[in-house]
Design a protein around this ligand. Structure first.
Ligand code: DC
Length: 222
């Protein structure tokens, strides 16, 4: 069986950074499932599709011209890795993600990413829906204020405009939609290890995750 470690949680908890660190440390593959929903949101907007129309979005999700190549995220062959990180595309991603047939269309795509020697997958429903048999499931959480603060610092460091009050509002709005949608809502799988990163640095959270990796995969050497 191909080993899978999932890291789920809301945006701004550092799960993307941690998943990439962990995949790097173990030499495993990485699936950033949020990037898939972000690319779908961007592709839908570019094609002028209504984000609330599953009939229009599902065919696009089924044949999404998406590819990951190293750090590149290719949509129709164009690297959109930077473009998909904006708050606007994050909102679009959250809106296209509420439709059950859209999620179903992306399921096989995500499962195909499980390849030897192993996969670290991050998202919202990696543990609850996509990889329910994953032997290690981490659910990361942090207060909306601290998540907005981290996001604010990232944007300012990149020289981009940011407004903390708006970021907190956006995070709350996105959380509500992600947690209350009818299919695969954001929630910890029953057997997930909960880690609250509100008062922890990335290094501290990473150490905590490595402890769990050692517990679940005692045979692994890295
Ligand atoms: O992790 P992220 O911020 O890049 O995700 C963007 C949006 O995509 C998020 O608001 C909800 C959606 N998403 C999802 O529904 N399921 C996933 N597994 C990953 C992301």
């Amino acid at each position: 069986m191909i080993p899978v470690i999932v890291i789920d949680g809301p945006s701004g908890t550092g799960k993307g950074t941690l998943a990439a660190l962990l995949a790097g440390r173990l030499g495993w593959h990485l699936l950033d499932s949020g990037a898939i929903y972000r690319v779908l949101g961007l592709a839908a907007e570019r094609r002028g599709l209504a984000l609330d129309d599953p009939d229009a979005l599902t065919p696009l999700a089924t044949s999404l011209p998406l590819d990951f190549a190293g750090d590149q995220v290719l949509l129709d062959g164009e690297d959109v890795a930077g473009l998909i990180r904006t708050e606007t595309v994050g909102m679009s991603a959250s809106r296209v993600a509420i439709h059950p047939p859209v999620r179903a269309a992306l399921l096989a795509w995500q499962r195909r990413c499980a390849r030897l020697p192993g996969l670290v997958a991050d998202g919202r429903d990696m543990g609850s829906v996509v990889f329910p048999d994953a032997p290690l499931k981490i659910f990361l959480d942090a207060s909306p204020e601290i998540r907005a603060n981290r996001r604010y610092k990232q944007l300012i460091e990149k020289g981009l405009n940011a407004n903390l009050t708006n970021l907190i509002m956006d995070i709350r709005e996105r959380d509500t939609r992600d947690r209350t949608r009818s299919v695969a809502p954001l929630c910890a799988a029953g057997d997930a290890v909960l880690v609250d990163s509100t008062a922890l640095s990335i290094t501290e959270v990473f150490d905590r995750i490595l402890e769990e990796v050692r517990r679940v995969f005692p045979e692994l050497v890295w």
